[in-house]
Design a protein around this ligand. Sequence first.
Ligand code: GUN
Ligand code: FE
Length: 420
Amino acid sequence: MRLGEDIRTLEGTLMLDARTGAPAGADSSRRGGESTRLVRGAVMLERGRIARVEVDERTPIDPRRIICPGFIDAHLHIPQFDAIGHDGLTLLDWLNDVIFPAERRWEDAAFARAMAARVAKRLLSHGTTGICAYGTVHHEGTRAAMESLAAAGLRGSVGQVLMDQSAPDYLLRPAAQLIDEAARMERVGRIEPIVSPRFAVSCSMALMRGAAKLAREKDWPIQTHLAEMLPECELVERLHGMPYVDVYKQAGLLGRRTVLAHGIWLSEVDRRELEGWRCVIAHCPTANRFLSSGDFAGQKFRPLALGSDVAGGPDVSMVRVARAAREVWLASLQSQAAPMFGPDYWWWQITAGNADALGWSDAGRIAVGAAADLVVVEPDVELRSAGSDAAALGQLMYGWDERWIAATVCEGRVAWTRGG
Ligand code: GUN
Ligand code: FE
């Protein structure tokens, strides 16, 4: 496969959403079909979409070539990719000392454009084709980055960050200016704007209300951070005089198109309330571990999404994020005998599950009509094809090596190849 080549057919072992093309009576109903399975088959692509899926249930799967839906990262920060790995700090100090200076570099829109092009390649090389991402507070820089991400073939939502308090002056803008700039954002290719108040620490109530109003007027989604670390929650209560969830509720930020990153320090009552609003929680297990933020206990929250949270999370690969999510779940049970949330589930989460959570019904799955965003994986280990799918999916997840990715296809076109 050559870079830029239009692909018509891909044959091999398909990673399917368990609900897609399952034979009658098959056990695909675990947790309402939140699962993947591997099956021999072929995908035919036309004009950037999946036109046909052929499935051969009788031939054993061929582990040497697996066609996966492109992975979706439901929470990450594009300007933070050069700041991965500064450990030893907790959230608020890390933001001040490492992250805010890194984001300052996007004052220079040319730098932001070049950096986003670099990041896009990196994402594609790890099989990520869909993103829900933050830019910076800089309007021109974020716009330029959106153009680079779209040109690389990625799909997703990218937002200019809104912040008007409790951060270095060089990243703060008046609320009215920020709302005005954010309102001028436009879709570029497959990258749409998302309203992005950073978190309640760095936003005044006026700014958050303005953000909520903008999202309603434009029918744009919203993303922010929620309850990532205890000192952050305490600071929010001090600044706004009410609990964290109430701040976002008062601001009008909660709703079915709102993605809340982390959501660690929530009570069961908070979680029920957020489910009532149909908000998405983006669980970021690698970031929670890197910043020692706390143990996430909301695996059963719906809708759930999974995010790398680069640079909070050091891993670009959504497969590694999925594996970390699996490990966090197992640690919470202190038992390996955990039938729920196995690898088959987490593969589903980083593909169809994240797509569903973000409202992208035509992404994250190998199904007729879906966007032809695919990853061609050539593992160099023998998968136990004779055993259950779950065993093979587990081997694929734990043995995962980015170098197995032969090509990443966006809208039917090769956007990245191992050969370069
Ligand atoms: N909370 C507010 N901003 C950020 C950020 O950039 N990264 C993480 N992990 N948490 C945040
Ligand atoms: Fe984040």
